[in-house]
Design a protein around this ligand. Structure first.
Ligand SMILES: [Zn+2]
Length: 383
């Protein structure tokens, strides 16, 4: 019930009844405690200078009270911590970016604790009304065991078997949710973004890694073992290059931003080129740089087709930091996609979503909101 109001509100009681198949009386009964505890309201906010709230006015559709809950979300990258505080509707209240001193797990957790405490302080001193803190969401790339809050294998971070929830829980006494970063972004798109009204969709991220979050049959797919949608490690590239994961032939060996840069350095002979330089060369029409992006686009297009052929989503959002250079990938990507997509699977809508790093952190916050609304037991409340 709260999920419906949160993701589809403002929504009249009669509409909830229609969408859930419950009677209107049952809806009214279920909503009453949510209104009583302040999570939900059926009163329109008074206009400026308007005195009495609600008295003698018609009842408005149900909406969630954003300030009834606050949440923290942090995206951990190899170089920085990007954190946000949000309200109950994932509206961002505060933003904080901290550079990481190292990727050593214990050092990162210690910095993470400081980062989170600073965000809590920002919440308390902020001008916006902030509700009680429901929890902290941490998003990390790679194989994440969300049920136990453990990062099992993150090649980008160089982490194996890091019990993030347990370690952070010793330093911060708040419930913690740890997720794969792309899956967290997918939760945010499902609950608060472009995926709200889609029956099925995929979020494909391109950039330092190639990731994919899937929403099918009413759920963001986690996989039986916590791994799913690892588009970047499909063996669709030539087998001559070794991936960050240690395997050969992964999509990322050709399509990650590092792979594109390495290729451009090799073919142009400019060993000190950086990614911005490679992008500039490609935009200037340098054939070697263009070829590196073409190869990437081709493999990404094949990976997209493989995913669409397997899952058949109605919508695919292309996201990640690589979308800034989407013009350099697009043509080859679309060609390869059209070539390999089977039948009507290729009818899915491709939509470009330019997320900022703050949006990724907001995804981490959305995982906490989801867990809170569903009443899932917290992983760690701290020692
Ligand atoms: Zn790989």
């Amino acid at each position: 019930m709260l999920t419906k109001i949160l993701t589809q509100g403002p929504i009249p009681r009669v509409e909830i009844a229609r969408r859930t198949g419950l009677s209107q009386a049952a809806v009214t009964k279920a909503v009453a405690p949510l209104i009583e505890t302040g999570f939900v309201t059926d009163q329109a906010a008074p206009a400026d200078g308007d005195g009495q709230l609600g008295i003698g006015r018609p009842v408005s559709p149900l909406t969630v009270v954003p300030s009834s809950v606050s949440v923290i979300g942090v995206k951990v990258t190899p170089t920085s911590l990007i954190g946000v505080t949000t309200d109950f509707t994932a509206g961002i209240l505060n933003v904080r970016h901290d550079e990481l001193d190292s990727t050593d797990p214990e050092a990162v957790i210690e910095q993470l604790a400081g980062h989170v405490k600073a965000l809590i302080a920002a919440l308390k001193s902020g001008t916006a009304v902030a509700g009680p803190l429901a929890g902290i969401g941490i998003a990390v790339s790679g194989d994440v065991d969300a049920a136990h809050g453990v990062v099992r294998d993150s090649p980008l971070m160089g982490w194996r078997g890091v019990p993030v929830a347990e370690l952070l829980g010793k330093l911060v006494r708040v419930p913690i949710v740890v997720s794969n970063d792309v899956r967290a972004l997918t939760v945010a798109e499902h609950w608060f973004g472009a995926g709200v009204n889609a029956d099925s969709f995929a979020v494909v991220t391109i950039g330092s890694g190639i990731g994919c979050g899937l929403y099918v049959n009413g759920e963001v797919v986690s996989g039986a073992y916590g791994v799913s949608g690892e588009l970047g490690h499909l063996p669709l590239a030539p087998g001559d290059l070794v991936c960050t994961c240690g395997r050969r032939g992964c999509v990322e060996t050709v399509a990650s931003s590092d792979a594109i840069l390495t290729r451009t350095r090799e073919t142009t002979g400019q060993a000190d080129l950086d990614l911005a330089g490679a992008i500039k060369l490609a935009h200037e029409g340098n054939a070697h740089a263009r070829e590196a992006f073409d190869r990437a686009g081709e493999v990404i297009g094949a990976a997209l087709a493989a995913m669409v052929n397997l899952v058949g989503p109605e919508l695919v959002m292309i996201a990640g930091e690589g979308v800034a250079e989407y013009d350099l990938y697009e043509e080859r990507m679309r060609l390869a996609f059209a070539e390999h997509a089977f039948g009507a699977a290729g009818d899915c809508r491709l939509m470009l979503r330019s997320h900022t790093f703050d949006d990724w952190a907001r995804g981490a916050a959305a995982t906490v909101i989801r867990s809170y609304v569903r009443g899932e037991p917290p992983l760690e409340r701290g020692a």
